[in-house]
Structure formats: structure tokens, C-alpha cells
Design a protein around this ligand. Structure first.
Ligand code: G6P
Length: 615
């Protein structure tokens, strides 16, 4: 949520900053801006809308210099206007600041400073922080690097909330200062140049060496050196890490959108989620990252799965998957609810937080709350450099590569694959025999090919999408583990095409939802050849009896669906517990093609951001 990029070195800053911002656009894209320090003055350019607008603005009104900070915004406080876009300045106009996070006590601070003659031009919490730092700097009168760092320390000591910031001061040339609490920040180390960014993808094209800052750390960047200390003034231990993915991995390649590219990556990402984790000899899954012995895992008598958005849907599917394979009771919680709910958890409860980014504020807070209560809390995340990766008590990485499209796709199927691995592991130390374990492994190994086969349905799905693209309302229905898939299908469609859509267990139709059925309301049923197939057919009949159009996702070879449904998509056969990994793919493609048909901005849907780092 909001992206920051900073550059200091021997090259022109603007091209580096704009390139980085384009790569961070998934974090927010309401408005953007740059501040460039040159010859003792700071020049600012801002514009409302996408980075492309900022690039046009900079082309029309060029700005030169080798030190700069920049920002792409996802509005929290204050409307989307040029005044509210970052960078923000202090009272003197000589300090510039970009910020990701929320300053919770900004109103009180704003009032106090207003009483002392400060005037504010925006409605943002960020401008208050700029004034606070600038005020401390001017009061101390030490107009150098040490004075700026001290002013930042003092100001940060007064704020409540979260921040990832980058600061420039016209009186301190050749210096950028960054600090973080709760919002990610990474330092990039180059030769005679340094970078600062919210996410490594922004700077991966320029450097392979990075330092992921921890909460309460301050970094001072100069072109030939950097220093890291803590907000309280002590030295910090830091580690230089290698960037794991290439900048190309975060490019669209030949695909028109990241979302489509990521949908098509799923044969590989599902394979990568399993790679090296299936042991045919022991007929089980190996998940060393859990850092738990079989004895410890054996004593787990309940699992809690926590997440937001798509990750929460993966948790719901995981509940079916783990319960059916391992017979361990599973409960799912929205992270935003869990963090404030006093859920009774027994001693032998194992908690998992599921998060692609590893930075979602609610999920992070839920993890910390669970840990505070003494529960071992593991992470299932994609971003190995994330806060959840660092602070969880172990876990499983998805290894799915960067997911840039705001609508999560490949991370969902990776999460489900990991749920299956967990189910197998927990099942094998309980009731599953060696032979059963071998069967499950054989079924799982076929998955990547089945995913690839499912993707071959793209062209017919596109046709179906065009047929229904003008619908105002959509229903998604599924039973058992395909109910969470229905929720996920509805979420995909509404977030990228803005069509009102909702997901329900198929049999819930008659308890209210059926009132929505009209000739103009398509219902998508996930009705594979599973134990409840006949029941699903009855539910479809109920809709058809009321003239509702039905699209069905069924199993290859099925002939009964075609007799009663308007459109049928047949996916490869798979065991019930793995079907969600396949059945979600037509729903992802359907949402994608409908959004394209409607001319929507698929990768950057309105009001959304990829990584929600505010509460
Ligand atoms: C945002 C995104 C969703 C995502 C959710 C959780 O709302 O728009 O696509 O599912 O955050 O993200 P996480 O990174 O924690 O999986």
C-alpha cells in the first residue's frame, strides 16, 4: 500500500525513480510524485492518476538531479488530489518526505503545530510528519546529516502508527534518510549509488545486494556509503542479502497483463510449491521450514488458519483439505477479526498465517497476537523477505515468484498446494498408511500437468466471458471444498470487472439467494463428479426452473451437465481434495476475460492495492 523509491548516486535520479514507481504501481496508483534535490533546492513534481501521468508531467517540466525520492499513493487520509499526493514538505519548504503507513495521532499533532503557526496544505497524515521533522530540525539548528537524523528520531518518538519513510532536506545535500515501523523498506547497495524502496522489485534491475530494514531502524544513504542505526539511537545489526528474483520475473513478457501471465504460470508455480517436498520413500511430505518434530506435530489437536482476501479463501479450502486428509479440526479466521477477538485457543493449537505478500497489516497483527498468547504461529507466504517470513515461528514458502497483478491468482493455487502437503504430512503421522501416502503423492505429482490441461480451456472460456460480460449480477456456487472456490471466483470477478458477484454453498440457494435469480443473472456452478454431484445437479435444476442462465464447471467426460446448463466447462478429473486447484482456474480466466471485454484496467483495479499495509 503506497510505494516508495529513493535514489542517490551519479546518475539522473528521475528515470530510476519512475522505473521503480512503475514496478511498485501495484501498491497503489491514485497519484504519484517525485522530489529532486539539486544545488541546495528541492523541486517537486506531482500528478493525480497513474505513473504515466507523472512521467508526462516530468517530461513537460523536466527536473534534474542525482538525489531524489518518489511515491505512488493509495489514499488513506484525504482525497485523491494533487495537494494530497506525496512528497509532502515541512513549514520551511526545505524538507521533503514520502510515507507509506498511517500516523494515527496526526490530528492531535496537527492541532498542536497549527497553534504554533504551521499551515498545512493537504489533508494527509504524512504532511504532519513532514512538519514535525522539519520543526525538530529547525529548532535544533544543527543543519547537517547528524542534525537531520536526530530530528527524525525525535519526531518518530512522538508519532503513533506505522511508517516507511524517505526524507530529503535542501540544507543537507547528498543525503536521503529512511526509517520504518510496520511498513517495509529495503536498501539497495550499488557502486557509488544507493537505492531505497518499499519492495525489492523496484530496484532489482539495478542491484543484487540489499538490506531489508527491520522495524525501528533508520538508514542514511549517501552515494558512497550507508549507515543503519535504530530510532532509539543505538547501532543496528544488519545483513546484506542477495536478491532472489530477476527484474524480468516482474515483467509481463508477451502477456497483455500480469494477471494473465500469472494465471499461465500456475503449472510451474504449483510444481514449485511441491518441489523437494514429497518423499516417495517415506510416503509423506517434508516441510522442514515448520521446524517441528513429528512428535510436536502429533500433539497438535487443532489448527487455526488466518488470512485476508484470497488468502482467507485458501484457508477455507485448506479446512476441507486438511480435515479430510489428516482428520485434524481446522478453523479459519479473517485476520482483521482474529486480531481483536479473544478466541479461546487450547494449548495444542497450531496457528498459520497465510499471506502472499507477508506484509498485510491485519495478518501481521493477527500473527503477533497469536504469538503473544504463546501459540506457535507459522507463516505460509510468498515473499521471503517479508515481515511475516522474518517474525513467524517457521513456515512454508510458496516459491511462486513475484505476483504483481492486484487480483491474486497463482498465490491461491500455491497456497492450496501447500494445504495439501500439510494434510498429507499431518495425516501420515496419524491414520494414513504408507500405501495411502504413496497414492496421495502420485495424485499430487500429476497436478502440474492437469493445471496445464485446464489452461487449454482458455479460448472457450473467453467466448463464455463475452456472452455474459454485460451482466449486472453474478452468482458463484459450489459445495464442500469448491464452496471457497465459489467465493474466490466471485471475488475475482467483482474486484477486476466491478460486476456485483457473490459466492455461496450451492444448497444455500433456496434459503434466500434464489430470490436474485432472473433471466439476466448468470449462476456459475462448480459441479465436478464428486460425492455431492447429484445434489449439485438438483441445485442447478432449481435455478433453471426459474429461467436463470447457468454456467457449469464439471469433470471431463461428464454428459449430464450439458443437458441442463447453458454453458459447460469441463476440467480434468482429479481426486476431490485436489479439485479446487483446478476448478478455480476457469473462474480466474472468466473474470479476466470479462474485465478485458468491459475495458477495465485488469492489473490495477479501482480502489484496490496489492499489499494492504494499513489496518
Ligand atoms: C489485498 C489484495 C488481495 C489479497 C489480500 C491479502 O486485499 O488485493 O488480492 O488477497 O490483500 O494479501 P496477502 O498478501 O496477505 O495474501
Amino acid at each position: 500500500m503506497c510505494g516508495i523509491v529513493g535514489y542517490i548516486g551519479r546518475s539522473e535520479a528521475v528515470p530510476v525513480l519512475l522505473d521503480g514507481l512503475r514496478r511498485l504501481e501495484y501498491r497503489g496508483y491514485d497519484s504519484a510524485g517525485v522530489a529532486i534535490l539539486n544545488g541546495g533546492t528541492i523541486e517537486i513534481r506531482k500528478s493525480v492518476g497513474r505513473i504515466a501521468n507523472l512521467a508526462d508531467c516530468v517530461e513537460a517540466h523536466p527536473v534534474h538531479g542525482q538525489t531524489g525520492i518518489s511515491h505512488t499513493r493509495w489514499a488513506t487520509h484525504g482525497k485523491v488530489t494533487q495537494e494530497n499526493a506525496h512528497p509532502h514538505s515541512d513549514q520551511s519548504g526545505r524538507l521533503s518526505l514520502v510515507h507509506n503507513g498511517v500516523i494515527e495521532n496526526y490530528q492531535k499533532l496537527r492541532e498542536q503545530m497549527s497553534n504554533h503557526g504551521h499551515t498545512f496544505v493537504s489533508q494527509t497524515d504524512t504532511e504532519v510528519l513532514a512538519h514535525l521533522i522539519g520543526g525538530e530540525f529547525d529548532r535544533a539548528g544543527q543543519r547537517d546529516k547528524a542534525g537531520l537524523v536526530e530530528a527524525i528520531r525525535k519526531a518518530l518518538g512522538q508519532v503513533i502508527g506505522t511508517y516507511g519513510i524517505a526524507v530529503l532536506h535542501a540544507d543537507v545535500p547528498g543525503v536521503i534518510v529512511g526509517a520504518r515501523r510496520g511498513s517495509p523498506l529495503v536498501l539497495g547497495i550499488g557502486s557509488h549509488e544507493h537505492f531505497l524502496a518499499s519492495d525489492v522489485s523496484a530496484i532489482a534491475a539495478h542491484t543484487r545486494e540489499v538490506v531489508y530494514l527491520n522495524d525501528y531502524e533508520i538508514v542514511v544513504l549517501q552515494s558512497d556509503q550507508f549507515e543503519i542505526s535504530t530510532v532509539s539511537g543505538s547501532g543496528a545489526n544488519f545483513q546484506i542479502s542477495k536478491v532472489e528474483f530477476s527484474a524480468e520475473a516482474a515483467d509481463k513478457g508477451s502477456f497483455p497483463h500480469f494477471m494473465l501471465k500469472e494465471i499461465y504460470e500456475q503449472p510451474n508455480t504449483v510444481r514449485d510449491a511441491m518441489r523437494g517436498r514429497l518423499s516417495a520413500t517415506e510416503a509423506t511430505a517434508k516441510l522442514g521450514g515448520l521446524e517441528m518434530t513429528n512428535g510436536e506435530l502429533r500433539s497438535v489437536d487443532r489448527i487455526v488458519l488466518i488470512g485476508c482476501g484470497t488468502a482467507f479463501h485458501a484457508a477455507l479450502a485448506g479446512e476441507y483439505l486438511i480435515e479430510s486428509l489428516a482428520h485434524v479440526p481446522v478453523e479459519c479466521e479473517f485476520a482483521s477479526e482474529f486480531r481483536y477477538r479473544n478466541l479461546p485457543l487450547e494449548r495444542d493449537t497450531l496457528a498459520f498465517v497465510i499471506s502472499q505478500s507477508g506484509e498485510t497489516a491485519d495478518t501481521l497483527a493477527a500473527m503477533r497476537e497469536s504469538q503473544r498468547k504463546g501459540h506457535r504461529t507459522l507463516g505460509i507466504c510468498n515473499n521471503v523477505a517479508s515481515t511475516i517470513a522474518r517474525e513467524s515461528d517457521g513456515g512454508v514458502y510458496m516459491h511462486a515468484g513475484p505476483e504483481i497483478g492486484v487480483a491474486a491468482t497463482k498465490s491461491f493455487t500455491s497456497q492450496l498446494t501447500i494445504m495439501a502437503l500439510l494434510g498429507l504430512l499431518l495425516g501420515r503421522i496419524r491414520h494414513l498408511s504408507h500405501a495411502e501416502g504413496r497414492t496421495i503423492i502420485a495424485e499430487m505429482e500429476k497436478l502440474p500437468d492437469l493445471v496445464a490441461k485446464t489452461l487449454e480451456l482458455d479460448a472457450p472460456i473467453k467466448k463464455i466471458a463475452q456472452k455474459y460480460a454485460r451482466s449486472k449480477n453474478f452468482l458463484f456456487l459450489g459445495r464442500q471444498a469448491n464452496y471457497p472456490v465459489a467465493l474466490e471466483g466471485a471475488l475475482k470477478l467483482k474486484e477486476i470487472s466491478y460486476i456485483s458477484s457473490s459466492g455461496y454453498p450451492s444448497a444455500e440457494l433456496k434459503h434466500g439467494v434464489i430470490a436474485l435469480i432472473t433471466e439476466e443473472t448468470p449462476s456459475l456452478f462448480i459441479a465436478p463428479q464428486d460425492a455431492v454431484f447429484d445434489k449439485s445437479i438438483s441445485n442447478i435444476e432449481e435455478v433453471k426452473a426459474r429461467k436463470g442462465p447457468v454456467i457449469a464447471v464439471g469433470t471431463e467426460g461428464d454428459t449430464s451437465l450439458a443437458k441442463i446448463c447453458d454453458d459447460v466447462i469441463l476440467i480434468p478429473e482429479s481426486p476431490d481434495y485436489l479439485t479446487p486447484i483446478l476448478s478455480v482456474i476457469p473462474l480466474q480466466l472468466l473474470a479476466y476475460h470479462i474485465a478485458v471485454a468491459l475495458g477495465c484496467d485488469v492489473d490495477k483495479p479501482r480502489n484496490l492495492a496489492k499489499s494492504v499495509t494499513v489496518e
